[in-house]
Design a protein around this ligand. Structure first.
Ligand code: AMP
Ligand code: MG
Length: 411
């Protein structure tokens, strides 16, 4: 209880700001093919080498006509000269009184400036009959409608989504410069931890954090190295940290970051690097170590799996994005009505686990996953969001509006 009101606790926002102020983006670039660039960060602006669309073409299946043939009243009869299909343009031009059968994406022939949809044309042998109600220039797509040659279509520092790959392909780009991805080395600390497949002795548990970190790092698309479980032995932790610092940009450990008797991480890091041990006014995830070993970033996550996940999601994720050159904006929170009473003590910002759904009235409703122990991964596994409760808030009554932060598929 005393702890909750400890003025020495760092606020969540201060901790995050300190981390984001510390991270310097990696600068190394490499040239990759379009497919390989997916999910990467662009290193340079990309200008379009050509207009898209490249030529005047039809937006509809129908007939290409000259707008001077559009009847002001009554009907107009036009002779069908031939066909223009996508990839098989009509060789020739049209004069007044003539038209060409045309398909979506096909070149609009010289002399035509308007498309009449096939549903609005009556076919009569070699002719069509059209009536009023059309507009000059309708259903025609023009070169550069999407973008013009020379336009910057991708800027440096953008994440390459499928839509952006398609955009680049539409203008014939085959390869581009992207920034190097961070390399992350991680290990778990604790004498009690065994890998799955090993036999548990009395007092042992299985290591879940390396699976959590594997999953989240894989989904983030960074390169990583799992260095296993390291027992609470000073020399072994020291050695593994040194090895991690030699091969990675970022080192993540879990466990041993609080002040238990076997928690060596602090002593070791005091000797090795500039790492701060924080008590953050948040729940889960109060103890967190952050800093640098040489020029490598270090995160010492709490051992409890729910705390490790929450601190990874909230602190490590933005740091990795920044390191890869992404510009970070504050995460988008939604407002939802909470179905349940939520227990909370004032003093720490809570990230409780919730399930966000849309009810039959189309409203966002969030349910708690139940007991919120930071050792209980089942509540995290059920959830799809954090229910974010402000530091000073107490219990939340059922039916109240709360802030919700979606996991976005990462957890
Ligand atoms: P610590 O931060 O080392 O004091 O650990 C806090 C709690 O988290 C203890 O109950 C540990 O057994 C547990 N814990 C630490 N590391 C892991 C891990 N990798 N997987 C599962 N539980 C862990
Ligand atoms: Mg431990």
């Amino acid at each position: 209880m005393k702890d909750e009101h400890d003025p020495g606790l760092l606020s969540f926002e201060e901790a995050l700001r300190h981390i984001t102020d510390t991270v310097q983006p990696l600068t190394a670039q490499r040239c990759v093919s379009l497919r390989e660039a997916l999910d990467g960060m662009t290193a340079q602006d990309v200008r379009a080498p050509m207009h898209v669309p490249p030529f005047v073409n039809s937006a509809m299946d129908g007939y290409a006509i000259n707008s001077m043939d559009l009847p002001a009243s009554g009907e107009k009869r036009l002779r069908v000269l031939g066909k223009s299909f996508a990839g098989k343009p009509f060789a020739g031009n049209i004069k007044l009184g003539e038209c060409v059968r045309i398909m979506t994406g096909a070149v609009v022939p010289e002399g035509a400036d308007t498309i009449v949809m096939q549903e609005h044309a009556k076919v009569d042998g070699e002719h069509i009959v059209i009536s009023t109600g059309h507009t000059k220039g309708q259903h025609v797509r023009h070169p550069g409608d999407d973008f013009s040659a020379g336009d910057t279509i991708i800027h440096a520092g953008e994440r390459l989504t499928p839509a952006k790959l398609g955009l680049l392909a539409s203008t014939g780009v085959t390869e581009l410069q992207i920034l190097r991805k961070p390399i992350v080395a991680f290990f778990s600390t604790g004498d009690e931890l065994k890998g799955v497949g090993q036999t548990l002795r009395p007092g042992d548990i299985y290591d879940s954090n390396r699976y959590i970190l594997f999953g989240m790092l894989k989904k983030l698309g960074v390169d990583f190295l799992d260095m296993g479980v390291v027992p609470d032995v000073k020399s072994e932790i020291e050695h593994t940290l040194q090895e991690a610092a030699n091969c990675a940009d970022v080192i993540i450990t879990s466990g041993g970051a609080s002040v238990g008797e076997a928690d060596f991480i602090k002593q070791i890091l005091d000797d090795m690097g500039a790492v701060k041990f924080w008590k953050i006014a948040m729940k889960p995830g109060k103890p967190l170590a952050f800093g640098k070993i040489g020029n490598k970033l270090f995160f010492g996550l709490p051992g409890n799996p729910v705390s490790a996940m929450a601190t990874f999601y909230l602190f490590v994720q933005p740091a990795l994005r920044l390191l890869e050159g992404e510009k970070i904006s504050p995460s988008i929170q939604l407002k939802a009505r909470c179905s349940n009473l939520l227990k909370k003590q004032p003093g720490r910002k809570d990230f409780q686990r919730g399930v966000l759904q849309v009810n039959n009235q189309g409203e966002l409703i969030v349910d708690t996953t139940g007991i919120q122990g930071s050792h209980m991964l089942s509540s995290m596994a059920k959830a799809n969001c954090f229910i974010v409760l402000p530091r000073d808030a107490g219990n939340v009554e059922a039916g109240s509006e709360v802030d919700v932060l979606l996991f976005n598929g990462l957890i």
